[in-house]
Design a protein around this ligand. Structure first.
Ligand code: ZN
Length: 163
């Protein structure tokens, strides 16, 4: 899905894109070769759509969530640098909550379960750990698009998402 200004906006299931096009909320720019049928009508499956109305970014930036912390940190443990699958990652409070650490963008990082266990309820200094980068609120613009691209980008998307 592209913004009204043709910038990549998000990846959405085609079912949703089709619904939005039927509601005239998006303009279909590209279809896949296949179509879906109801009893009476066939619809081409949309591949690239463009929002008809102006997209307003969230006023307070990217929402803090487990998923978004993982995305910000590239699914890499921020202590040992290991790239992990979602199930091997956890969230670590840099300054532990018992020491007054907050659950915020600047105090929570992606962490592998090993490091998390070894660090325990200590600060990185106490545990002899160092952070690979200083955690901050991400500034994805407009959202985490490049992180979400599938391994195989459909041909129909090319020309719309790459320069
Ligand atoms: Zn680790």
């Amino acid at each position: 899905m592209l913004t009204q200004g043709y910038q990549p906006h998000t990846i959405t299931p085609w079912q949703r894109a089709l619904c939005m096009s039927l509601l005239d909320k998006v303009e279909v720019l590209e279809n896949y070769a296949r179509s879906v049928r109801t009893v009476t009508v066939a619809f081409p499956v949309p591949a690239v759509v463009r929002l008809r109305s102006h997209y307003r970014p969230r006023p307070h930036g990217v929402r803090f969530s487990r998923q978004n912390v993982y995305l910000r940190d590239d699914h890499e443990c921020q202590y040992c640098g290991k790239e992990c699958s979602q199930s091997d990652l956890t969230l670590d409070h840099v300054v532990p909550r018992v020491h007054g650490g907050t659950t915020t963008w600047t105090n929570v990082v992606a962490c592998c379960k090993d490091c998390n266990r070894r660090k325990g309820g200590r600060t990185p200094e106490q545990a002899g750990f160092s952070l690979r980068k200083r955690p901050a609120r991400p500034h994805w613009n407009p959202m985490s698009f490049s992180y979400r691209l599938p391994q195989r980008v459909p041909d129909a998307w090319r020309g719309w998402i790459f320069e």
